[in-house]
Structure formats: C-alpha cells, structure tokens
Design a protein around this ligand. Structure first.
Ligand SMILES: [Zn+2]
Length: 333
C-alpha cells in the first residue's frame, strides 16, 4: 500500500470556528533569501453556524484583478452574523503570481489553472493545487473562481459554466451562473480542460461558477462592480446571505464548437476590424495581421468561422502565431 503524502501547507485559520478570521495558508518554501521561509497565501474564513460552505477564489492567474479586489473587499466587510454557513475566501490563489503581476508563478512558471490535481511533493504551484484539490474543494458545496483576460486577452464581462455529464449538476451550475448576474452568461467550451481547477471542482460534483470579466491586465470601475455584485448575488442565491439580489439583463451566449476560436497563424501587428460586443456573420473580416519586418506585403486576413458575437479578443497590439485572436460566441437568448 502506498502511503498518501501529506500536503505541506498549514492553515493559520480554524475552518470550524465561528466568526471572521483573516490568516494564511503557510506553504514552506526554502530559498536563497529565506532558508526556512514560506509563501504566505492570504485566506479569510467567515462562519456562522451550520449551513453550506462556499469557496470563493481570485488570483488563480496573477494578472487578473477583479477577483482579488472584489474578494479582498468582501473579506474585509462581511459581518459574520449576516452569513449562514461558511465562506472561505482566497483572493490571491496563486499569490506569488499576483505579487509579480504575471499569469504564472515567478517561482516555477507554474500556471495554477493547468496544474490540477497537483502534487503534495511537487513545485510550489503544484502544492497549492494539491491543497485545493484534497483539502479545500472537498469542504465546499459552492465554488466560484473569478477570472478575467489578463495581459493578453480582453473579454465581454460574463459568468460561465461548462457542459457537464450530469444534467442535475449542470442545472445547479447554470442557476449559479445566472444568479451572478453578469451582463453576459456563457456556456463555455474549453480548448484545454485538462488540469483546470474548473474540471477538478466539477469532477467532485460541486456547483462551480467561473467568470471572465474584462482583461488587458487591469480592471475598470464597471468590471469590478460586476464582480462585487456577483459575489453577493451568489451568496444570496445560496441562501447564505440575507438581502435582495441585484439583477440586470443578461445575454446568454454559447460556444457550441471549436469554430468559435479564431487563431493567428502569423506574427505581426494586430488590426482589429471589429470590436468586442459586435455581431459578425460567417466569413466576415474580423482582424488583419500586418508584417512589421517589411513594407509592401499584404496583411493576413482572419475571417469569422461562424456567425456570432465577438466575446473575446487578443489584447496587445502585437500578435504571435498561435495566439487566440478572437472568440465568436453564439447568442442564444
Ligand atoms: Zn484566468
């Protein structure tokens, strides 16, 4: 029999204690500037008696800001007596990446959202994944992971869920997605579901909601307001917080197949011909990529492979072969 390895992370909070606690997940990390040092990942636990457990995270990628700010503000403002059950908040999930302002960890280049289920004896990023996989996710009934586009993508603000094999779980996730009440709701198709936190949470049968709320490596007053409204709405939806949800009109979007993705096959300067939120027909010009090494060369044209709404775009002005130029989703209601 192989012995199960213990994860080296130790929490400074007691998950069973009522009230508000602000502490850390302490992850030992021995290095040049701290021989017996640790990575201190902030965590807040708000608990009030029996009830469901919600696990809210931001900073899974370190260059996305709506989640970290909305959740640290929530952690600092919640009155524990207003909560039913337990809310676990980790606003800076891949904390080293958040501190560096990069998608992946500067310690090991680990992309936390491609590292699940993780390893207790792996890299720093793999250890964080393993702690979520085996300790935090099993405690949770409802899981929210707030993303946006980071430095290289920009999105229409949407809450999302995936198509799941279990229709009952799918319905619970969709209800959560709608309750978040972002301006758009997306039934999302992943190009690369292996290793996602999403996939890990869904495989454990959890209600899982994710978002893409903007991008470009920053946030706006509007995108942050959507996140702050969404987290409260979700707690109210789960009967964990008193109050009236703030609803608005949400446009339902679907990514039915791979034809939604428009991928660059060239390097150069990006000319977007259509903007986020615009509707295009199949075959319509969406972007051109211009050669920046010489003049007199025709740009490479990229045309929509399907009709729909431009829901994501490459953000920087320079583009490389293999970059996602745009995502065109179908409007379903
Ligand atoms: Zn992300």
């Amino acid at each position: 029999m192989t012995e199960t390895l213990r994860n080296p992370i130790s929490p400074t909070v007691d998950f069973e204690r009522d009230g508000v606690q602000h502490g850390f997940l302490r992850l030992p990390y021995s290095r040049d500037d701290s021989a017996w040092g640790a990575v201190m990942i902030p965590i807040s636990v708000v608990k009030n008696g029996a009830g469901p457990t919600a696990l809210f995270t931001g900073g899974n990628h370190g260059d996305e800001y709506e989640g970290p700010l909305a959740l640290s503000k929530l952690a600092g403002s919640l009155d524990p007596t207003a909560i039913r059950g337990r809310l676990i908040i980790v606003p800076f999930m891949n904390a080293p990446a958040v501190w560096a302002g990069t998608r992946t960890s500067p310690i090991d280049r680990g992309n936390l959202n491609r590292s699940f289920p993780g390893r207790p004896d792996g890299t720093v990023t793999q250890k964080i994944a393993d702690y979520f996989q085996r300790t935090l996710l099993p405690m949770a009934d409802l899981v929210l992971d707030i993303h946006s586009g980071g430095k290289t993508l920009d999105f229409l603000p949407f809450a999302a869920c995936h198509l799941l094999p279990d229709p009952a779980q799918q319905a619970r996730c969709e209800a959560g997605m709608r309750a978040f009440a972002a301006p758009y709701c997306m039934r999302m198709l992943e190009q690369d579901a292996q290793g996602l936190y999403d996939t890990a949470a869904e495989a454990l049968g959890k209600v899982f909601v994710t978002t893409e709320l903007g991008g470009g490596g920053t946030l706006s007053a509007r995108s942050l307001a959507i996140a702050e409204r969404g987290v409260r709405n979700l707690l109210i939806h789960f009967d964990m917080l008193e109050g009236e949800p703030q609803r608005g009109e949400s446009v339902m979007l679907d990514m039915p197949d791979d034809g939604c993705y428009l991928c660059s096959e060239s390097d150069g300067l990006l000319e977007m011909c259509r903007d986020l939120g615009e509707t295009v027909q199949a075959g319509e010009l969406v972007a051109r990529v211009h050669d920046a090494r010489r003049t007199g060369v025709a740009p490479v044209e990229y045309r929509a492979r399907r009709a729909g709404l431009i829901s994501a775009r490459h953000f920087p002005g320079r583009v490389q072969s293999g970059d996602t130029l745009a995502v065109i989703a179908e409007v379903v209601g």
